[in-house]
Ligand binder design. Structure first.
Ligand SMILES: O=C(O)c1cc(=O)[nH]c(=O)n1[C@@H]1O[C@H](COP(=O)(O)O)[C@@H](O)[C@H]1O
Length: 291
């Protein structure tokens, strides 16, 4: 599918029409069980079809969690391909939650899979990990901007284990002018802040290709004031974050804030109408809370 518009343009128009909520399609084994579906690729297919019926046209974005499809091998991937393509052709944006990250030459292959025109898994955006170095993501960022897609780069994740690594201080040093060749620390930003800063620098081309992932589960401690791209904020619902937390934590970054909720909506299935009502309720709460 070819796109006349940049990712930033398509995202703004989708959230202008249907709000900022991103709903996850996360076919956990426990949800399959709760919905009376088998723990097989067929079960995942039935689960995904129900989600598509409930969410398409109601929310701006959906985020299939690739791990739950991958668990069923090629049959699971076939379901994922069909899900991505049916959602996208209905005009709802798809963020593939694949969290890819590797050395640049391999990253180029991942980029082709998720962001390349004509790929069976091509989505509107993909999640990526910058922890092999932000620059390792360059092939994905380049392809995304060429094909009018987005990349959501992990900055501060929602899980409790992330803080030690992501909050660690980087010592940026400057040797010039220091006495006796000593280096003097000029600043010490956190690892997560350095990801934000790299994203800001990359988005200077005005395309909003780089989005960030910042968990909604706690104060992120980041300076997001220079970042105007989209921020995917998982953690709403099952991980304990509330809409009131969003307004507080992201007080200065509301325009393209995309809160994600998965289990807290999905627990209302398998009834399509109950699922749809739950998604609409959270979508409207988010819009009211971030107004
Ligand atoms: O990239 C993500 O979406 C993500 C990043 C993060 O920091 N935390 C996080 O929970 N996620 C994903 O967001 C979804 C959250 O699901 P729930 O906790 O069920 O709402 C899961 O698919 C996670 O893999």
């Amino acid at each position: 599918m070819s796109h006349g518009h940049s990712w930033g343009h398509r995202l703004r128009s989708a959230i202008g029409a249907r709000g900022r909520l991103c709903v996850g399609i996360d076919p956990h084994p426990s949800l399959l069980q709760a919905w009376g579906l088998p723990e097989t690729a067929e079960g995942v297919e039935a689960f995904s079809e129900i989600c598509v019926e409930a969410f398409v046209g109601e929310v701006a974005l959906v985020k299939p969690q690739v791990a739950f499809f991958e668990a069923y091998g090629s049959a699971g991937y076939a379901v994922l391909e069909r899900t991505i393509s049916v959602v996208r052709s209905a005009g709802t944006l798809v963020v593939a939650d694949a969290k890819r990250g590797d050395i640049g030459s391999t990253m180029a292959a991942y980029a082709q899979s998720w962001l390349g025109d004509g790929s069976p898994l091509a989505s509107d955006a993909v999640t990526a990990s910058p922890y092999l170095g932000f620059g390792s993501l360059d092939p994905a960022l380049a392809l995304a901007s060429e094909t009018g897609r987005g990349v959501f780069v992990l900055a501060r994740t929602s899980n409790p284990e992330g803080g030690r690594l992501q909050g660690a201080r980087l010592s940026e040093t400057s040797g010039s002018g220091a006495p006796d060749g000593e280096v003097s620390a000029v600043q010490a930003v956190s690892v997560a802040q350095s990801v934000v800063d790299d994203a800001v620098a990359h988005n200077r081309d005005g395309r909003d290709t780089v989005g960030l992932v910042v968990g909604a589960t706690r104060g992120h401690g980041l300076d997001l004031s220079e970042f105007s791209g989209p921020i995917l904020a998982p953690g709403l619902g099952a991980q304990g974050a509330t809409v009131a937390d969003l307004a507080e934590i992201f007080y200065d970054s509301r325009e393209l804030l995309l809160p994600n909720t998965s289990r807290d909506v999905l627990r209302h299935g398998p009834s399509v109408s109950a699922l749809r009502a739950a998604a609409e309720r959270v979508r409207d709460e988010v819009e009211a809370g971030l107004a």
